[in-house]
Ligand binder design. Structure first.
Ligand SMILES: O=P(O)(O)OC[C@H]1O[C@H](OP(=O)(O)OP(=O)(O)O)[C@H](O)[C@@H]1O
Ligand SMILES: Nc1ncnc2[nH]cnc12
Length: 175
């Protein structure tokens, strides 16, 4: 078992009844576990020339920025509405426990960029779908997805496959 796996804590009925929340903060806080997580994600994509990692507020920033550093790529944030100061593109999405929208700076990616989307967790695939659409609208080329946790029982791969054939890689699958 990799060191981060045993540090992911299940919180039943958070943030609402019926949801089992996967708390990754202990795995971020342990230096060896955090390093292993970032190294395992980066290693999987190390043979690709990735120019930008795209990640979503807020937990996607923690993993995404670290993976970007390991890959020698830049990091581009997707933020909740109203947080980015310049002209943005916006996409709405549905969460396991609500709805929201994400924005990206309109000039953050160019058609020359090769993009990896990174997040701590994929559940319904709603957040990921919004990021795919923002990357596409930016004109960049999406090559893959790296997730720490995939809630496979929600079948996010089917949702992602409806958008793109880019590779999906997860470190921990929850069936
Ligand atoms: O696949 P989905 O159903 O879209 O869910 C996955 C998203 O949910 C969490 O973020 P959340 O929106 O809770 O925001 P946070 O990172 O600010 O806590 C997680 O970090 C993913 O981005
Ligand atoms: N079950 C869950 N645990 C942690 N983050 C989430 N984001 C969406 N669903 C989640």
């Amino acid at each position: 078992m990799r060191p981060y796996e045993e540090l992911i804590v299940d919180i039943p009925n958070y943030p609402k009844p019926g949801v089992v929340f996967k708390d990754l903060t202990p795995a971020f806080a342990a230096a060896d576990a955090f390093a292993a997580m970032v190294d395992d994600l980066a290693a999987h994509f190390a043979d690709r020339v990735i120019t930008k990692v795209v990640g979503a507020e807020a937990r996607g920033f923690i993993v995404g920025a670290a993976v970007a550093l390991r890959l020698g790529a830049g990091f581009v944030p997707c933020r909740k509405p109203g947080k980015l100061p310049r002209t943005t593109l916006r996409e709405s999405y549905v969460l396991e426990y609500g709805t929201d929208a994400l924005e990206i700076h309109a000039d953050a990616l160019t058609p020359d960029d090769v993009v990896l989307i990174v997040d701590d967790l994929v559940a319904t695939g709603g957040t990921t779908t919004a990021m795919v659409r923002l990357v596409r609208a930016s004109g960049a080329r999406l090559v893959g997805f790296g997730f720490v946790v995939e809630l496979a029982f929600l079948d996010p791969r089917a949702v992602i496959a409806a958008e793109t054939d880019a590779e999906v890689f997860s470190l921990v699958a929850v069936d």
